[in-house]
Design a protein around this ligand. Structure first.
Ligand SMILES: Cc1ncc(COP(=O)(O)O)c(C=O)c1O
Length: 481
């Protein structure tokens, strides 16, 4: 954060050293009045000042560098990159027309922009330190209950169970619903492999379904033809934050007495007609992996609308151990618990939930506006008035004449990290057998031409502008090989 790197010109060397120590960047920007940049001071400058007779209480204005490099905040990215690649330049203050520092560029913040990075600027460290200080570091402790309560309050009518990952949440819900060998579970062709793996862990048979050409989530019209008397569950995945057409799906499932488990790993905060995803199915699951909208490092949550199934899952989460007779097991369970440390981070994250979602949506709207109708872009993510897309990861589909993988390499060289879409499950060795033979056209297109752009909630406006411009230039210069 900019405020952590700024010091006033009338503070002492000791104060400046404290700022440098906290920001970990080896430097602070010295300002006068309303952030007017008047100098730069490095930890080396302070060391030299002390060795040459300066005192800790000497003013920074005596020892700061007045002859420093700064650039305009809307400076050309290539220029910034040129400076940053020079020896000795690690950080550049970015100033406005009045000479006030408004941002900075360094290798971490500018030179290479990650696709997703966690935003841990709230009470995460405070709550974690409290767990350590009080010795509550395993799965007992107040934060696990607090985190679960936040989810139950947010998803009325659902019981929440904090678990060790999004994958274990999926496995646990399937097992608690009684899914077993011989049962069939319908999953979309485009998802992270955990969705289908969880079905396989139960020795059940996954049945891979086409995705919808507009939502990129499971195609409701294709589901009907896959249902057999053995179909026991459907797992819709709200891909990249885009909600599935849940109302239609629930109608089909209810009619045929099939369970629905919503995989909300990528979609916490998304809504359909003002109703949250995760509140349509019999169960729903969330992931808090480090790149997710809300993170606990590793972690997950399972929600249940039936108390009996919830109690069964709770028992299974904890080795299947009896609550009344110690070390007595009636069933084979798992250790799928979340630690108090993870939950402490989760609680801190949820305090800033609205703010994080807002930033994500700003990113989504920015990119959508910037890319609308641009050459080389075939399809933008759906933007319909009845849905709220919490915009975990901004993804678009490139025209088929663009070589997506060359584009990714080119962007990497220009300091922008991007991601290809998930591969079609049908194409990968472990899952090939679980599809009907016909080609799934929609999923093939997303799989081969989909690309995700940097979408961290902490991303800055100048970075967004920079990414979008570089991206469009790169798209214009790349053809299919
Ligand atoms: C759609 C989907 N389902 C399940 C998972 C598994 O979550 P985890 O990595 O927490 O096990 C992920 C993500 O990583 C995911 O994207």
């Amino acid at each position: 954060m900019l405020s952590q790197i700024i010091c006033k010109d009338d503070v002492s060397l000791k104060e400046a050293l404290k700022i440098i120590d906290l920001n970990g960047k080896g430097v602070c920007f010295v300002v006068k009045g309303k952030n007017l940049l008047v100098g730069i001071l490095t930890d080396g400058d302070i060391r030299r000042a002390l060795l040459s007779g300066g005192q800790f209480n000497s003013k920074v204005s005596i020892y700061m560098n007045r002859d420093f490099l700064s650039l305009n905040f809307d400076a050309d990215t290539q220029l910034i990159n040129q400076y940053l690649s020079k020896k000795g330049i690690k950080i550049i203050p970015l100033i406005n027309k009045r000479g006030e520092v408004v941002d900075y560029a360094d290798h971490e913040n500018f030179h290479s922009i990650p696709v997703l990075s966690p935003n841990l600027n709230g009470n995460e460290l405070k709550y974690l330190s409290e767990c350590i200080r009080t010795n509550w570091i395993s799965s007992q402790g107040k934060y696990v209950n607090k985190f679960e309560k936040i989810f139950s309050d947010m998803h009325p009518g659902y019981y929440s169970l904090a678990v060790s990952s999004g994958t274990t949440a999926l496995h646990l819900t399937l097992i608690a619903l009684g899914i077993k060998e011989g049962d069939e579970v319908i999953v979309p062709d485009i998802t992270f492999a955990a969705t289908i793996n969880a079905v396989l862990y139960c020795n059940a048979t996954p049945v891979i379904c086409e995705i919808n050409s507009k939502t990129w989530c499971i195609d409701i019209d294709s589901i009907n033809e896959l249902i057999t008397p053995r179909t026991k569950a459907i797992i819709p995945v709200h891909l990249y934050g885009i909600p599935c057409e849940m109302e239609k799906l629930i109608h089909i499932a209810k009619d045929k007495d099939i369970f629905v488990i919503e995989d909300c790993a990528e979609a916490i905060g998304s809504k359909i007609n003002k109703k949250r995803v995760g509140t349509y199915g019999d169960c729903s699951t969330f992931s808090f992996y480090g790149n997710k909208t809300i993170t606990t490092g590793e972690g997950g949550m399972a929600l249940f609308n039936c108390e009996k199934i919830y109690n069964k899952a709770k028992l299974l989460r904890d080795h299947g151990m009896s609550k009344t007779k110690r070390y007595w097991h009636d069933v084979v369970g798992f250790n799928y618990r979340m630690t108090n440390l993870q939950a402490a981070v989760g609680v801190a994250q949820m305090e800033r939930f609205d703010q994080i979602i807002k930033s994500k949506q700003t990113i989504f709207n920015f990119y959508n506006k910037k890319f609308m109708g641009k050459k080389g872009i075939l399809q933008l993510p759906i933007n319909s008035s009845n849905i709220i897309n919490s915009s975990w990861l901004y993804t678009l589909i490139l025209d088929e004449y663009i070589n997506r993988d060359s584009l990714i390499d080119k962007l990497k060289d220009l300091g922008i990290d991007t991601r290809p879409s998930f591969n079609s499950l049908c194409d990968m060795p472990p899952y090939k057998g679980f599809t009907h033979s016909k080609v799934l056209k929609n999923s093939q297109l997303l799989s081969s031409q989909g690309i995700s752009l940097p979408s961290s909630s902490s991303i800055k406006n100048i970075q967004l502008e920079h990414i979008a411009n570089i991206f469009l230039d790169a798209v214009a210069s790349i053809q299919k090989k």
